[in-house]
Design a protein around this ligand. Structure first.
Ligand SMILES: Nc1nc2c(ncn2[C@@H]2O[C@H](COP(=O)(O)OP(=O)(O)OP(=O)(O)O)[C@@H](O)[C@H]2O)c(=O)[nH]1
Length: 362
């Protein structure tokens, strides 16, 4: 007996848009579905995998490169390993890094052998609704949107309603084929993202595993019924139409575009010493205007025995408690992403070293 195909949800979106938040929500509201997650962080420290690890059994992290270019082989090998798991997962979620062009990943997933076993079902693009509308002029974000079947507007709680409406209209204009939904704090109806197989019989209609209205996310913004997405916009069907040839083979590859190539660099910094909160705050204040994104876990000298999660996204810095520190790990691990050459690594290292406080007796 051949195993049933395992549909793939590909999550894309710009640096700090809210992809991990959506994936975490999804895994926490999986409703008993077996979901395998693959997370790609651009830097050598995969913070995302750690943030998701608690929510999924078997998160696979692909780090120190981008799955749209240098890690494409790793992605396909990882999928093969996941498909051999016993029991086999029912869904696979792949979170791309914020610098990935999903078109490249989509093309890899369209390989006929991969597609047969792990068909790409949905491409979800997370867009920061609180970002200035000019952010949609970014070529990388536009490339991410062009691949999307479903667009989730994150951070609607932070956005001015008028500004969020402008972002929504701009998204619709850029990608009219996509369903646009609000996803405050990452909340989306899981039934939308894991649509039941349209060919399979469903006793209670198309969303037999729970109507979208009962799920935690918002309603589609275009007024359409959520099931119209899962039934009519199946990527499998669309691909049969546009990207897959009549014999089922993937269409010839178009020339590769890398809107992100040579644009961003990741600077990973670790320290065996804890950090001073006021010194860190001052350092981030100085660095933030030149940073595209930062995130990390660290211990603060003011609150020993606790760990904090630091995030800088869309110019906003946040700090939240993140449990107790793991033994054997550096006490501070922070990933900084900036446009190439904007922050000299030595300056970053000096700035961050100045935030550390050696602990007496260690
Ligand atoms: N207020 C608010 N904050 C959000 C929302 N969604 C995400 N965030 C915050 O935005 C920051 C970035 O969120 P992530 O989910 O890590 O973003 P990401 O797209 O995975 O980031 P990278 O892949 O690392 O670039 C975090 O501090 C989140 O807590 C939201 O709907 N509302």
């Amino acid at each position: 007996m051949t195993a049933a195909p395992v549909p793939v949800l590909l999550v894309t979106g710009f640096l700090g848009a809210g992809k991990t938040t959506v994936v975490n929500q999804l895994l926490q509201h999986a409703g008993g579905r077996r979901i395998a997650a693959v997370v790609n962080d651009f830097g050598s420290i995969n913070i995302d995998a750690e943030l998701i690890a608690g929510a999924s059994d078997g998160v696979v992290s692909l780090s120190n490169g981008c799955i749209c270019c240098s890690l494409e082989g790793d992605l396909l090998r990882t999928l093969a390993t996941i498909l051999r798991r016993d029991p086999r997962p029912e869904h696979i979620v792949i979170e791309t890094s914020g610098v990935a062009d999903p078109a490249e990943v989509v093309r890899n997933l369209l390989d006929p052998v991969v597609f047969r076993e792990a068909p790409l079902e949905t491409v979800l693009c997370v867009v920061d609704a609180a970002a200035p509308p000019a952010s949609l002029d970014d070529p990388l974000l536009r490339a991410q949107l062009r691949s999307a079947d479903l667009v989730a507007l994150s951070k609607t709680d932070l956005a001015e309603p008028a500004a969020a409406a402008r972002i929504r209209e701009a998204v619709r204009a850029l990608r009219p084929a996509a369903v646009v939904m609000e996803a405050p704090e990452g909340r989306l109806p899981p039934a939308l993202l894991f649509p039941p197989d349209p060919d399979a019989p469903h006793p209670d209609g198309p969303l037999a595993d729970g109507p979208a209205s009962q799920a935690p996310g918002g309603a589609p913004l275009d007024g359409s019924a959520p099931e119209s997405f899962s039934r009519n916009r199946s990527r499998r069907e669309r691909l049969r139409g546009d990207d897959v040839g009549p014999d089922g083979a993937a269409a010839p590859r178009r020339p590769r575009r890398h809107p992100a190539a040579d644009r961003f660099e990741t600077l990973s910094w670790t320290s065996p010493a804890p950090l001073s909160l006021p010194l860190l705050q001052a350092a981030i204040g100085r660095l933030a205007p030149r940073l595209a994104r930062a995130k990390g876990l660290f211990e603060a000298v003011e609150q020993p025995g606790r760990q904090f999660l630091f995030q800088l996204a869309g110019g906003r810095a946040t700090l939240v408690p993140a449990g107790t520190p793991a033994a054997g790990r550096p006490r501070a691990r922070i990933v900084f992403i900036a446009e190439l050459g904007v922050i000299p690594p030595e300056e970053l290292r000096r700035t961050m070293e100045a935030c550390t406080v050696p602990v007496l007796g260690e």
